[in-house]
Design a protein. Structure first.
Lengths: 148, 335
């Protein structure tokens, strides 16, 4: 579990694409872990314990729940995880920035914010749309500039 | 809606990071000529009025007031999206301002994503209906993303822009609505359209307007999304061989002068125009334009430039972070 470097997140800007060649609905947020598991999207909810991870995972289906080095989906342990979780990300645009800076990172929201998960995912998809990124691989290569 | 603060929060135009090297000492204002030209027609200053409104009965008065003031200075003027009149012809009169100002250079307007719906003949008919001299195709994926019923399919839009530009009589300018045009997009447009109006970040944010209007749960994260105007002009200039227009947060004579110095052909304004129209009608717009042009002349005189051509060849330097961004983006060479 890593805390996001705020100066990095605040210090980069995506280069806006005024004429994307895609539709928002076609943006593909599927995220394939090295461990062979494909997540529906790359935003995880950070659980405080294994028990709460299991409980959250049952209540929020299809959402990756992160705890320690494990990831839970649909109420069961999916895999032990080598990818790094990033905490301290504040919204879906920052999640997109975190992925752009480190394609292996999984941005994590706090369990107390889990009700905003759909907002974060929509924001991530809008960020993909506005950078003409059809999938997360393309988002990882989207043009950016650093403010300093 | 514009009474609410819908300006960018933490982003400026970056024109404040542009410095112009004076051409010798100050000169007398009487020796400064601000005249420029657009499509081979003289305009009294390198300024145009960005398209804002049309399509509602009340907007005729606004467009008429702006048109009458613009025509007195030979300043080109745009109208708002003509979508309303394309769907309901009886609303065409709200855009039809040449009957009040015959010599006006008038810029028609249609949304880029709407080109997937309208064929070239419909676009041509809409332009002819108001005797437009140019067509601005506005692209606004950021704004659309925050609207509940926004057009979120841009697949094939670029190709349609090329087709329309090829098939209609009027020259086409592609413009953003406040999020800027990158060098990648400018490169794609190169050779296909007459001009690019960058309408960059730093002024009004339409994402902000839509966030207020729709109480959007997504919008705040995108409030400051976009390429600042000065950076966008330089990005577009680096990849597009035709004219590049500067707009987005242009408020002062200094903004105009700096825009021309970094390579813009002309500069667009919207918010100060609508504010002056709302406060004092056509006379308000006339007074604003008069002060603006005088201000441009004074700025040029202070810097020693006697013509727009001289100003457009001025030596400029960039302060940080604009300087380093231009290097990262390979617009300026790394030392």
């Amino acid at each position: 579990m890593k805390r996001v470097d705020r100066s990095m997140i605040d210090g980069i800007q995506f280069v806006h694409c005024a004429i994307p060649d895609l539709a928002l609905k076609d943006t593909d947020t599927k995220y394939k872990l090295n461990e062979g598991v494909t997540l529906p999207h790359p935003i995880a909810v950070n659980a405080a314990s294994e028990e709460s991870a299991l409980e959250l995972s049952r209540s929020i289906s299809d959402t990756p729940i992160a705890f320690d080095k494990s990831i839970f989906i649909n109420g069961k342990l999916s895999c032990s995880l080598k990818s790094s979780y990033l905490v301290g990300v504040r919204d879906g645009v920052e999640a997109a920035k975190a992925i752009r800076l480190d394609s292996k990172a999984i941005p994590c929201m706090d369990a107390s914010e889990a009700q905003d998960l759909d907002i974060w995912i929509t924001q991530l998809r809008i960020a993909m749309f506005l950078t003409n990124s059809a999938n997360l691989h393309e988002l990882g290569n989207a043009p950016i500039y650093k403010m300093k | 809606m514009l009474e609410k603060n819908t300006q960018y929060r933490d982003k400026k135009t970056m024109l404040e990071l542009v410095d112009i090297e004076p051409k010798g000492g100050p000169i007398n204002q009487k020796n400064v000529d601000t005249e420029a030209d657009l499509l081979g027609r003289p305009i009294s200053a390198p300024i145009f009025i960005s398209g804002m409104t049309g399509g509602h009965p009340e907007t005729l008065e606004i467009n008429k007031n702006i048109a009458m003031a613009a025509a007195r200075f030979n300043i080109p003027m745009g109208v708002g999206s003509q979508r309303a009149m394309m769907e309901k012809d009886s609303l065409a009169y709200t855009y039809d301002v040449k009957k009040f100002a015959r010599e006006l250079i008038l810029i028609g307007n249609i949304g880029a994503s709407k080109l997937l719906v309208y064929d070239d003949k419909s676009v041509q008919r809409a332009l002819d209906r108001i005797d437009a001299d140019m067509l601005a195709i506005h692209t606004n994926p950021g704004q659309e993303s925050i609207q509940p019923e926004g057009d979120l399919n841009f697949r094939g839009v670029m190709k349609r822009i090329f087709e329309v530009s090829r098939n209609i009589k009027q020259p086409v300018v592609v413009k953003e609505v406040g999020n800027g045009i990158s060098k990648e997009v400018a490169a794609s447009l190169n050779g296909h359209v007459y001009a690019i109006d960058v309408q960059g970040a730093g002024g009004t944010t339409w994402i902000g307007v839509e966030t207020y209007r729709n109480k959007s749960r997504y919008g705040n994260a995108f409030w400051d999304w976009g390429i600042p105007t000065a950076l966008s002009v330089l990005e577009a200039k680096s990849a597009f061989k035709g004219p590049v227009w500067s707009s987005g947060g242009i408020r002062t004579p200094k903004d105009v002068v700096k825009s021309i110095a970094i390579g813009a052909e002309i500069c667009g304004m919207a918010k100060p125009i609508i504010s002056s129209e709302r406060s004092a009608g056509s006379d308000g717009v006339y007074l604003f334009l008069s002060k603006l042009i005088t201000g441009v002349r004074n700025e040029m005189a202070d810097l020693g430039f006697s013509s727009i051509k001289e100003l457009s060849n001025a030596k400029v330097s960039f302060r940080e972070p604009l300087n380093s961004i231009l290097k990262q983006r390979r617009i300026l060479k790394q030392k």
